[in-house]
Design a protein around this ligand. Structure first.
Ligand code: PMP
Length: 359
């Protein structure tokens, strides 16, 4: 047995790291990034801002002015506080760490975002995934029954859900919030494309935290996510935070860009319009089932025997288009591919290449 094998926890040895494919030279439709860069004037302003930073100094750990700006532009209700993470991935880590009592259970619909269960594993918590129905709608009665049985300390609901793209009905989420014995985090990563939000309702539910990210609205490279809720939650999460987690570049650039949020909002509106334009074109393709989406991506299931999804994924990649392949992962996602919305030109290429691959 190697030295590492003696030390590393068996469950860590058994797992795979979060997969991120090499996208060099490919049309990149795998990670739901914004396909748009910054307009030149704004890029120049960012350059100016960055040139004036003191990179020799640690960041201000509280990131006060960035948090104040987030409160303002994201309409965080008065009385609520904001946790900043190096991506919302890191918020998931801090929230899980804070709730990681001995024997605590973490629950989420399945399939959903992989990091919910991964962090549960890292903190030795039992993860219970409650299966969605075959059409990926939420079986709310089953979810409530699972909560009653397992008494989860922490429930994650991605609203809209990744990788399925649908948003569960508001009334069902309200039922879950009322019945949950612990904390419910609504992960609103895709909210900019869906509209609906529980942010204004934070005061109504003592057990609600709303998590967001700037990754999908043009700042994935910065790594900035945030979680909003009552100070009793946010203060606790902050205790687990590494003190300088938001670096000076991220703080300053995010501050500059959020002051110009109108530019980012216009880009998101273009992505949304592209989603609506793309939908019928994809629906028309023979050989796939396209699932309803209110996010900046579509989930599609390739018809055919096991492995058909992977075959189409490889054919797309060979033609220069990278999407996300879920085939070979959880059985509920057999033959499924996730297609991020790109620019009109990227989407044109996607449709052309996909229709060829499906022949
Ligand atoms: N939540 C959901 C539902 C996601 O899909 C993602 C990214 N794929 C994240 C959180 C993490 O985003 P980030 O770390 O870039 O903020």
């Amino acid at each position: 047995m190697s030295a590492a094998a003696k030390v590393i926890r068996p469950e860590i040895q058994a797992m795979h790291a979060y997969p991120v494919a090499d996208a060099t030279g490919l049309v990149k439709l795998d990670l739901m990034e914004s396909p748009y860069g910054l307009p030149p004037e704004l890029a120049a302003e960012v350059g100016q801002v960055v040139s004036k930073l003191s990179l020799n100094r640690y960041p201000v750990p509280t990131a006060l002015r960035l948090r104040a700006l987030i409160r303002e532009v994201m309409q965080v209700p008065a009385g609520c506080d904001v946790l900043l993470g190096n991506g919302s991935d890191e918020c998931i880590q801090y929230i899980t760490a804070s709730a990681a009592r001995e024997g605590a259970v973490v629950m989420a619909p399945a399939p959903s975002f992989a990091m919910f269960s991964m962090h549960a594993l890292f903190y030795r918590l039992r993860f219970v995934g409650v299966p969605l129905r075959e059409d990926f709608s939420l079986d709310t009665d089953a979810f409530l029954a699972a909560m009653a049985k397992e008494q989860p300390a922490l429930v994650w609901i991605a609203y809209p859900n990744n990788p399925t793209g649908n948003a569960f009905p508001v009334a069902d989420i309200e039922r879950i919030l009322r019945a949950a014995p612990g904390l419910v985090v609504l992960d609103e990563a895709y909210q900019p494309f869906a509209g609906g939000t529980f942010m204004p309702r934070l005061a109504e539910f003592e057990n609600l935290v709303v998590m967001r990210t700037v990754s999908k609205i043009g700042m994935a490279g910065l790594r900035l996510g945030y979680a909003c809720g009552r100070p009793e939650w946010i203060d606790a999460f902050n205790k687990t935070r590494s003190p300088f987690n938001i670096n000076v570049l991220t703080e300053a650039v995010a501050f500059t860009l959020l002051q110009n949020k109108k530019v980012l909002d216009e880009q998101s509106a273009r992505v949304l319009a592209e989603r609506e334009r793309l939908r019928p074109l994809l629906e028309r393709l023979p050989g796939i089932t396209l699932y309803p989406s209110v996010a900046n991506f579509f989930l599609a299931r390739v018809h055919g025997p096991a492995g058909s999804g992977t075959r189409v994924f490889e054919a797309l990649r060979a033609q220069g288009v990278l999407v996300r392949n879920f085939d070979g992962g959880p059985p509920a996602l057999a033959n499924c591919l996730r297609l991020s919305i790109g620019t009109p030109e990227e989407n044109r290429i996607l449709v052309a290449v996909l229709s060829e691959a499906l022949k």
